[in-house]
Design a protein around this ligand. Structure first.
Ligand code: SF4
Ligand code: SF4
Ligand code: FES
Length: 238
């Protein structure tokens, strides 16, 4: 049986370093299997996060050989052809401990981007009838499957350079709601994403779109927000 040489980041918000482990290579092994093997067999103090193990929750996201990925959906064969793995917490977020990143700021930015649906109807009203073929519905649908894993956010160089930038996930959420015809908070939301830390700061590097495991394209949504913000400003809608 061959062996993987694995470097795992250890430490906390104050700092840390990589620690090396030898892990037996197995068939169909995922990066999350490797981390779990280390925690269960070699060092039970290793902190990391996961839940579903089947690509549904997004909580297992880490930096693997320099790129953000869902570790449960990343096969070792694909990323460690030379038998070497480097595993670190997600970039652009503070570290809680070892591989567990602190996502509070990431989700606070969803709130700053007005990422919460605000409707006008009550449970006594009929369901809204929105044609699946309408442009707004198709645009909303393109981003609705985001599960808030933070992979796009960790890939974004603008977030790295300007930590106040709302980032691709929050802006994708804002764009989804801008296209939700049932929502009533459009003007406030456009105002919220129009500032220096909003959609205009995006450099269209597309790293977010390249890395999203759900094949969402935040770059396209951000471009849509830029157009919507300009239109609203020209029409004096806020
Ligand atoms: S847009 Fe994709 S990568 Fe970004 S948080 Fe949502 S699911 Fe994750
Ligand atoms: S396209 Fe914009 S949001 Fe996406 S990674 Fe690039 S700068 Fe960040
Ligand atoms: S553990 Fe849920 S997506 Fe990986």
């Amino acid at each position: 049986m061959s062996t993987l040489q694995v470097r795992v980041w250890r430490g906390d918000a104050k700092g840390g370093d990589f620690q090396s482990f030898d892990v037996p290579r197995r068939e169909s092994q995922t990066v999350l299997d490797v981390v779990t093997f280390i925690q269960r067999t070699l060092d039970p103090t290793l902190a990391y996060r996961y839940a579903c193990r089947v690509g549904m929750c997004g909580s297992c996201a880490m930096t693997v050989n320099g790129a953000p990925r869902w570790t449960c959906r990343t096969h070792v064969d694909k990323v460690a052809k030379d038998g070497k793995l480097s595993i670190a917490p997600l970039r652009n977020m503070p570290v809680i401990r070892d591989l567990a990143a602190d996502m509070r700021e990431f989700f606070d930015k969803w709130a700053r981007a007005k990422g919460r649906f605000r409707g006008a109807t009550t449970r006594k009203d009929d369901f809204a009838h929105v044609s699946p073929q309408s442009d707004a519905r198709r645009l909303a649908e393109a981003g609705i499957e985001c599960i808030g894993c933070g992979v796009c956010y960790a890939a974004c160089d603008v977030v790295a350079a300007s930590p106040d930038y709302l980032g691709p996930a929050a802006l994708n959420r804002a764009w989804t709601l801008v296209n939700d015809v049932r929502d009533t908070d459009h003007a406030r939301r456009l105002r919220a994403v129009a500032g220096d830390a909003g959609c205009l700061a995006c450099h269209t590097h597309v790293s977010c779109t390249e890395r999203c495991p759900k094949a969402i394209a935040p770059t396209a949504g951000i471009a849509g927000l830029k157009r919507a913000v300009s239109r609203a400003a020209l029409k004096g809608e806020w």
